[in-house]
Every structure is written in structure tokens, then in C-alpha cells.
Design a protein around this ligand. Structure first.
Ligand code: PPS
Ligand code: ADP
Length: 326
């Protein structure tokens, strides 16, 4: 069964909670995940229709929603909940109650919100026609450690939704699309290298790198021979056959080393070279899109001609003559 989780979108009215959640919902459905979306506007017309916007009523609203999302979450649903939920302590209580919980802070500057004013509520609140309007005459307490922050004035809806999808993948709630291209490429290239004559010692080192091989020389002795490949011989044959149909990309020494590191998990949670969003965030703020501290970009530099042949996320292989450094 799929692991359930609540993705809690919090932020001011018009920040983009509903818009991003809808995109995430569409992507998740396309990937076959069980998903449910709950939205303040909708829930307030049914489950909590008797509630207003005093602190007490908002707290009751979130309490009711938490009860429902907890049930969905524990039954394997990815629950996308979009509520202003302005009080930190109440959001923390929801996190504790639900357990599998990601807090996504959706934000844009007040200037942008006033320009958007999707429902005309800011205009009314500024004119004093609505009382207790969050961000104008009612408080919003900023999240202290949100999982990601979505700046909807800077990134497109697609990019913001992408940040959430990547987070779900990294936290293990969603299988990565395309089976993790570079990991596969890494395995394929290791296999290709082994088959086409990497010196035996190097080959044995790679093959015994899981620590299973005995011996006072740390399992490096060439006469031990390689162990069964991970996944069995058939998987190896299938991978080799598949590699023949893939686009080949010539890597330099540095990139080949990166590939090996990705393949063995040393650069986890990266499962491929960085995509544009992660690259830009690392250069700008030394963080991946999900907020993880990450000092250096890991990229695959290709010529324009090669780039034209490869789509983002596509699996590639390296030519058989490229060697894994021993
Ligand atoms: N006074 C006041 N303050 C804030 N919001 C107001 C208010 N009055 C009506 N609305 C509309 O109600 C939507 C927010 O409902 P929520 O259930 O998300 O609010 S809360 O979490 O209980 O604070 C919110 O929807 P979104 O714009 O989607 O956030 C508003 O459209
Ligand atoms: N990157 C973005 N992400 C989300 N919404 C955006 C973005 N850029 C512009 N918008 C616009 O901002 C508005 C957000 O409204 P909505 O999703 O209803 O906000 P909320 O649910 O937080 O009240 C929409 O009109 C949407 O088209």
C-alpha cells in the first residue's frame, strides 16, 4: 500500500495554496497515487459551515480538518490540505496528530497579493468592510521550519508544484519518475565497463564493494572473482540490452566520478544530475528545492548538440570505452 501523508499548504489568502495543490493533485493522479484535496473555501461550505474567522472558530476549523486528514492519511492517501491556518501552535498540533505531515509555506509579498486579489477580499478588508481578515487586520504566524517555502511571485505554478513533488519523492512518499535516470545509467555503465574489460582487480573491487567478500586485503583480491550482480544475471543482461538502445553521452573524468558517486548513493538524495530548479537554488542559496543544505551543483555539461538529443529526466548511457577509475 502507498504510504499516506498530509501535505499542509499554509499561507495568506491569494498566496497560491489552491492553485499549487491542484497542480500537485493532477500530477499525483497521473502517477496513479491515491490523492484527496481539501480546501478552506470548500470545507467551510460543508463540514465547518457554521464557523467564522475568530481565533476560536479558525482553531475549530483546523481541528475538524485535522481529524479528517488523519483518517485519510492513515489509509494511504496523499492528502493535500490548503488552509490559511494562521496559528503556528495549531499547525504543530496537526503535525503531531497526523504524524506523516509536510508543512508547505506558500507565500508572496503583500504587494502581489493586493494586485492578485482573486476574490476582491483584500480590497474590502483594506476598506474596513471585512473584519479579521488575515494579513490585513488579523495575524498570520510564519512557519518556523517549513518543509519547503514556495515563493509564488518568483516561480511558475509548475515549478512550485515540482518542488512539492520532489519533496514527496525524497521523503519516500512517491516513487521517483523514470526509476531514477542516473542511477540506472550508473548501473548500466558499471555493467558495460565490467563486460568490456576493466582490469580484473578494478572489476572485483566494484563487485565486492558491498562488503560481502572476505579476505585480509579488504576483499580486493582479483582471484576472488566478481559476486553475482545485483538483481541477478538476467537483470544484468536486460540492462545491457537496454543500454544499447539509449542515447550515449561522453563524460569527462569529473562527471564520470559524479556518476559513480550517484550510482552508489554517496550523493544521496540526488538520483541524477541536478535539474534546473535545484541547480539555480544551490547557486543562489546553497540549498536544494526541498531546503536541504547542499554546497555545490552536480551537473552534466553537454554540448548543445547532445542537449538537443536528451529530454529532462531521460535515461542515458556512457560509451563502453569510458572507465570507472579504479
Ligand atoms: N476574515 C477572513 N480571513 C481570511 N479568509 C477569509 C476571511 N473571510 C473569508 N475568507 C475566505 O476564507 C478562506 C480561508 O478559509 P480557511 O479555512 O483556509 O481559514 S482558516 O485556516 O480557518 O484561517 C479564504 O480562502 P483562500 O483565499 O483560499 O485562502 C478566503 O477566501
Ligand atoms: N506560482 C504560482 N503559484 C500559485 N498561484 C500563482 C502563481 N503565480 C500566480 N498565481 C496566481 O495567484 C492566485 C492564487 O490564488 P489561490 O490559489 O486561490 O490562492 P489561495 O488558495 O492561497 O487563496 C491565482 O490567481 C494564481 O493564478
Amino acid at each position: 500500500m502507498q504510504r499516506g501523508v498530509t501535505v499542509w499548504f499554509t499561507g495568506l489568502s491569494g498566496a497560491g495554496k489552491t492553485t499549487v495543490a491542484k497542480w500537485v493533485e493532477a500530477i499525483l493522479k497521473e502517477r496513479g497515487a491515491l490523492v484527496e484535496r481539501l480546501d478552506g473555501d470548500v470545507v467551510r461550505q460543508s463540514l465547518t459551515r457554521d464557523l467564522g474567522f475568530s481565533k476560536e472558530d479558525r482553531d475549530k476549523n483546523i481541528e475538524g480538518v485535522t481529524f479528517v486528514t488523519k483518517l485519510l492519511t492513515r489509509n494511504g492517501v496523499v492528502c493535500l490540505s490548503s488552509f490559511i491556518s494562521p496559528y503556528r501552535v495549531v499547525r504543530e498540533a496537526s503535525r503531531r496528530e497526523i504524524g506523516e505531515f509536510l508543512e508547505v509555506f506558500v507565500t508572496a509579498p503583500m504587494k502581489t497579493l493586493l494586485e492578485r486579489d482573486v476574490k476582491g477580499l483584500y480590497k474590502k478588508a483594506m476598506a474596513g468592510e471585512i473584519q479579521n481578515f488575515t494579513g490585513v487586520n488579523d495575524p498570520y504566524e510564519l512557519p518556523e521550519n517549513p518543509d519547503p517555502v514556495l515563493h509564488t511571485d518568483r516561480g511558475s505554478v509548475e515549478a512550485c508544484a515540482g518542488q512539492v513533488i520532489r519533496l514527496l519523492e525524497r521523503r519516500g512518499y512517491l516513487e521517483a519518475a523514470g526509476d531514477g535516470p542516473a542511477v540506472e545509467a550508473g548501473i548500466v555503465s558499471l555493467l558495460a565497463a565490467g563486460r568490456d574489460g576493466v582490469p580484473e582487480a578494478a572489476s572485483a573491487t566494484l563487485a565486492t564493494g558491498d562488503g560481502h567478500a572476505p579476505g585480509g586485503d579488504g576483499g580486493r583480491h582479483p582471484t576472488l572473482g566478481p559476486i553475482e550482480p545485483h538483481g541477478g544475471t538476467e537483470a544484468r543482461e536486460r540492462a545491457i540490452a537496454r543500454a544499447q538502445a539509449l542515447v550515449q553521452v561522453e563524460l569527462d573524468e569529473r562527471e564520470l566520478a559524479d556518476l559513480e558517486m550517484i550510482g552508489i548513493g554517496a550523493l544521496s538524495p540526488l538520483n541524477g544530475s541536478m535539474r534546473k530548479l535545484d541547480y539555480e537554488l544551490v547557486v543562489e542559496s546553497m540549498r536544494l528545492a526541498d531546503g536541504l543544505l547542499w554546497p555545490l551543483p552536480v551537473t552534466l555539461a553537454v554540448t548543445q548538440e547532445q542537449a538537443d538529443q536528451i529530454a529532462e529526466g531521460q535515461v542515458y548511457t556512457v560509451p563502453a570505452h569510458e572507465r570507472i577509475p579504479s
